[in-house]
Design a protein around this ligand. Structure first.
Ligand code: G3P
Length: 215
């Protein structure tokens, strides 16, 4: 399983990139607006310059033609751009048109296996089931990830599954066990994945034992 960072925070992306375990970034309009910027394009371009991995960026308009037009425009911002298109009827038509033009699509806001199948058939490079939001609504988000992976594997669909809306380290473990190709996570969850008190205690004890031996 690969890991993407789910943020538009430049400092966090730079910091995570240094760790060498991040292979891409996913953003959405809410995440970009949280950073207090009004320049969407400049923010996304800066993110694209930090890592060469795929950077998912959502369209900011509705309607088939406006979405296609904006997606074409955004796709010129950097070679590693992936366009996030919502899993709606219009979004499906847009996904299909963009895929034919060779523009990579992340079929997002995906809450059912049927939406994922249609996204894959339309040619999406990625589908993003939103695990945390399904859990919030009383469903089992990770079960959906598992189902999508199973069906895509069975029918040899090349679309990759991004387990999204992940909120805690157990989500990462479950996403890996479910066979998600990618887990996209906030920076805080990336840190939580690594943290273990026994590691910290062990490091401190090794150093103090060696120190005592020298005295
Ligand atoms: O990757 C999708 C993510 O940004 C949504 O997360 O926590 O707002 O449901 P959340």
């Amino acid at each position: 399983m690969r890991i993407f960072l789910d943020t538009a925070n430049i400092d966090q992306i730079r910091q995570a990139a240094k760790l060498g375990v991040i292979s891409g970034v996913t953003t959405n309009p809410s995440l970009v607006s949280k950073e207090g910027t009004t320049d969407y394009e400049a923010t996304i371009k800066e993110i694209c310059s930090i890592t060469s991995g795929p950077i998912s960026t959502e369209v900011l308009v509705e309607g088939v033609e406006p979405m296609i037009e904006q997606a074409r425009q955004i796709s010129t911002w950097a070679p590693n751009i992936v366009i996030k298109i919502p899993a709606t009827t219009e979004g499906l038509e847009v996904t299909s048109a963009l895929a034919k033009e060779g523009i990579k699509v992340n079929f997002t806001l995906c809450f059912s296996l049927n939406q994922a199948i249609l996204g894959a058939l339309a040619g999406a490079t990625y589908v993003s089931p939103f695990v945390g939001r399904l859990d919030d609504a009383g469903h089992n988000g990770m079960e959906l990830v598992r189902d999508i992976v199973d069906v895509f594997t069975h029918y040899q669909l090349s679309t990759q599954v991004i387990a999204a809306s992940l909120r805690h380290p157990q989500h990462c473990v479950a996403a890996a066990k479910a066979g998600a190709h990618i887990a996209t996570i906030p920076y805080s969850v990336l840190m939580q994945m690594l943290r273990h008190p026994l590691t910290d205690i062990g490091v401190a004890r090794f150093l103090s034992d060696w120190q005592r031996k020298k005295e």
